[in-house]
Ligand binder design. Structure first.
Ligand code: CP
Length: 314
């Protein structure tokens, strides 16, 4: 069945595990003709490197063609065309629409008016469900399980849509979260309430040091997002509050992996890149396989159909 992916909150545990399995299948053979004859549209109203390029790579590696824009200034939205009309137009041309928008709720609205599936590639500070699927795939690959993990979220937990989506997805897997943020960027109350309602354990800290890190299975670093601040003085005050350095990893658990949705600015020093705990570049690569799975799933293509497809390309 064709369906949109707007929020991770709608995915069941079985569905998440199914998509992880499908991503794993695509990692074995990323090049196939599964989407031959389809058109994938990528509408990016906000900047992106990884999300857009990995979606477009996923579409290309599966034989689809890609249309879209990376800058809304070159579209008729500058002439006053509404989001609804833009979606209606693009759905005339494409089988599925991948959309990033600066407004929270834009993906949900698009999914309500669109005749073709919408994939939310990030809506303001709200949700980034496809990032979460690649995060979950990365966690599964590195830990061998999604269950019972100690997950430390560090940095901008107020505006960071990736951490909001991740904690919602992990509700199925009995995690313990640690929220490490300055007061100005603390996890919003609505997400703490979500944790309470779903029995997710969490602790809040402002300290970020070797001892804190030593308890982590996953250390999920985030960028302080300048573009989300209305008060740039506040941004200046908090932008470099947490910087992970290689020397802070000496007591880290052997299984611990450092994730970051990227881009990074200063929050991970370059000397961490060579540390065996660093996983953020592999994580971004996993985005290709996770997004191959998501496009197929949104188009109603099943894992059995993917496996049965004999047109694997080298
Ligand atoms: N992680 C992520 O969303 O990166 P981009 O903004 O480059 O797409």
């Amino acid at each position: 069945m064709k369906q949109s992916l707007v929020t991770i909150a709608n995915l069941t545990k079985e569905k998440i595990e199914y998509l992880v399995e499908m991503a794993s299948e695509f990692e074995k053979y990323p090049n196939r003709k599964t989407l031959e004859g389809r058109v994938v549209a990528t509408l990016f109203f906000e900047p992106s490197t990884r999300t857009r390029l990995s979606f477009e790579t996923a579409a290309n590696r599966l034989g689809a063609r890609v249309i879209g824009f990376t800058d809304p200034k070159v579209t008729s939205s500058t002439k006053g065309e509404t989001l609804k009309d833009t979606i209606m137009m693009v759905s005339n041309y494409a089988d599925v629409i991948v959309m990033r928008h600066y407004l929270e709720g834009a993906a949900l609205y698009a999914s309500e008016v669109s005749p073709v599936p919408i994939i939310n590639a990030g809506d303001g500070a709200n949700q980034h469900p496809t990032q979460t699927m690649l995060d979950l795939y990365s966690i599964y690959k590195t830990q061998g399980t999604l269950e019972n993990l100690n997950i430390y979220l560090v940095g901008d937990l107020k505006y960071g849509r990736t951490v909001h989506s991740l904690l919602m997805a992990m509700r199925h897997f009995n995690p313990t979260f640690h929220f490490i943020a300055p007061k100005e960027l603390a996890m919003p109350d609505e997400y703490k309430l979500y944790c309470k309602e779903h029995g997710i354990r969490y602790e809040e800290h402002e300290e970020f040091n070797e001892e804190v890190i030593s308890q982590a299975d996953i250390l999920y670093m985030t960028r302080v997002q300048r573009e989300r601040f209305t008060d740039l003085m506040e941004y200046e005050r908090v932008k470099d509050v947490y910087v992970l350095k290689a020397q802070m990893l000496e007591q880290a658990r052997p299984n611990m992996r450092i994730l970051h949705p990227l881009p990074r600015v200063n929050e991970i020093a370059y000397d961490v890149d060579d540390d065996p705990h660093a996983y953020y570049f592999e994580q971004a690569k996993n985005g290709l396989y996770a997004r191959e799975a998501i496009i197929c799933d949104c188009l109603g293509i099943t894992l059995d159909e993917v496996r049965a497809d004999q047109t694997i390309l080298k």
